[in-house]
Write a protein that binds this ligand. Structure first.
Ligand SMILES: [Zn+2]
Length: 468
């Protein structure tokens, strides 16, 4: 009779996106299988080709899928998993489930466009999204539930985006690893928020963890200070207005856009920048902003108090939402200076590319990156300063000023990741550093070993490790 607990790193290793971890609990010949996240790999076409590979496990044999948050690199393959036979239960916070619907619908639209262009079958269809949502349950934070005998799961606030959770598994080691009566506690961090956030509550401090599977997007560098990031944003806006240009901001629809609206609301209301036309040109970001507003009870105290006092913290004069195509086309007729916020955040699709074609060639214009640009993406090429790019098959010369502000990241930076691990330093046996580019994961693992004295590794894709 073999009892064991093992962990397989199916995706989201040696890269930021494509999170997918298999957690197996064996009790004699019974094996319980749990997945944590089932995300799309994003970036270059060759990276994205991985999304059509078969899953490295049998989806029909999975009992539970826990979803840490609603970003595509964590939920994007959920409908595909259901299409391939998954009939277990999906669990996330209620807010993540609410956000998953527009996110998956938007992904479906992009998949359909892509498959039409390439003449291939899409990864999944509308009915797979509907089936996925029918298996999906919202669970509150801080409520422990028993999913198998002796296995309890608790969602803890990750502070990364609305609804984001870490999942803590507390496992009776007597049942699953021939151990004594002690519990084994395993924490999957998902993405960890850059707390304090202007809108969200702080990342919860978790203690008593034995094994941690943690993200490392910014595992090798620190962000600018909070004060500096707002100053840099203000500077970019003022300079663009002075040059009578267009300020383009490619923005991720979920979280980044809402934080940006909050910051602009602050700068405009305090009179630090003049009110010029600002367009939110993303149907998805508009829908998500509405979901944020509906869920303001989950915001931090300061944001909640402002809203309850009557301030719409995500709205300010001259901000226009342009959900329809027609409204989007009309943006070009508005004279400069103006600001356009559009998706996608890495310029790999969405309305931003249309604006990039139109505005990148003008020296009076500015493109401002406030989010992570994945290696090989169009955003990364522009950010790295190439003088011409291909957009939708057309060569575009880049003369616009390129500005990057990394302080708006919704991920913890190096020092804060290390600090997060430190809370559990006295009980930790091992940290698995994942969801980062190789050099970031390696750097963070080394830093954890050197500074905290805890064993830390960066596993390879497909590697299985037994926990004891
Ligand atoms: Zn995320």
């Amino acid at each position: 009779m073999s009892n064991k607990i093992s962990l397989t790193f199916c995706g989201g290793v040696e890269e930021v996106t494509g999170a997918n971890f298999l957690f197996e609990l064996e009790e004699g010949d019974r094996v319980h299988r749990v997945l944590i996240d089932c995300g799309l790999t994003q970036g270059t076409e060759s990276m994205e080709a991985k999304n059509s590979n078969p899953f490295p496990y049998d989806p029909t044999q999975i009992d539970f899928l826990f979803v840490t948050h609603a970003h595509m690199d964590h939920i994007g393959r959920v409908p595909q998993l259901v299409k391939e036979g998954f009939r277990g239960r999906i669990m996330s916070t209620g807010e993540t489930k609410e956000l998953a619907l527009p996110m998956l619908e938007d992904a479906l639209r992009l998949l359909e466009e892509d498959s039409r262009r390439k003449g291939i079958l899409p990864l999944y269809e509308k009915k797979d999204v509907e089936n996925a949502l029918s298996l999906w349950e919202g669970v509150p934070y801080e409520t422990s539930r028993e999913i198998f005998t002796g296995v309890f799961v608790t969602a803890r606030d990750a502070g990364h985006i609305l609804g984001s959770a870490m999942f803590e598994f507390s496992i009776d080691s007597k049942i699953y690893s021939n151990g004594n009566h002690e519990k084994i506690r395993v924490l999957f961090t998902g993405d960890l928020g850059n707390s304090p956030s202007p809108l969200l509550k702080d990342t919860e401090r978790v203690k008593g963890i034995n094994y941690m599977i943690m993200e490392s997007v910014y595992g090798d560098r620190n962000h600018e200070s909070r004060h500096l990031r707002r100053e840099l944003l203000k500077e970019a806006i003022l300079e663009s207005i002075k040059k009578k240009g267009t300020l383009l901001i490619p923005s991720f629809s979920l979280e980044k856009t809402q934080v940006l609206l909050y910051e602009m609301n602050y700068l405009v209301e305090k009179g630090e920048v003049p009110a010029v036309p600002v367009f939110l040109d993303s149907p998805l970001a508009i829908k998500i902003t509405e979901i944020y507003k509906r869920n303001h009870k989950n915001f931090n105290e300061e944001a909640r108090r402002a809203i309850e006092g009557g301030d719409d913290i995500l709205r300010f004069p001259k901000l226009k939402f342009t959900p329809s195509r027609m409204q989007s086309e009309m943006i070009a007729t508005t004279p400069n200076p103006k600001i356009i916020i559009a998706g996608g955040g890495m310029s790999t699709g969405g309305r931003i590319t249309k604006h990039e074609r139109m505005y990148l060639g003008g020296r009076e214009n500015t493109i401002l990156f406030i989010g992570y640009q994945s290696a090989g993406s169009l955003g990364r090429q522009i950010e790295e300063g190439v003088d011409r790019v291909q957009i939708d098959g057309e060569e575009v010369i880049v003369r616009a000023k390129v500005v990057t502000i990394i302080g708006y990241s919704s991920h913890k930076d190096l020092d804060h990741l290390v600090e997060f691990v430190e809370y559990s330093a006295d009980t930790l046996k091992k940290v698995f550093v994942v969801m980062g580019e190789p050099k970031a994961s390696m750097f963070l693992a080394q830093r954890i070993k050197d500074y905290i004295g805890v064993e830390a590794i960066h596993p390879e894709e497909g590697e299985t490790i037994e926990l004891s």
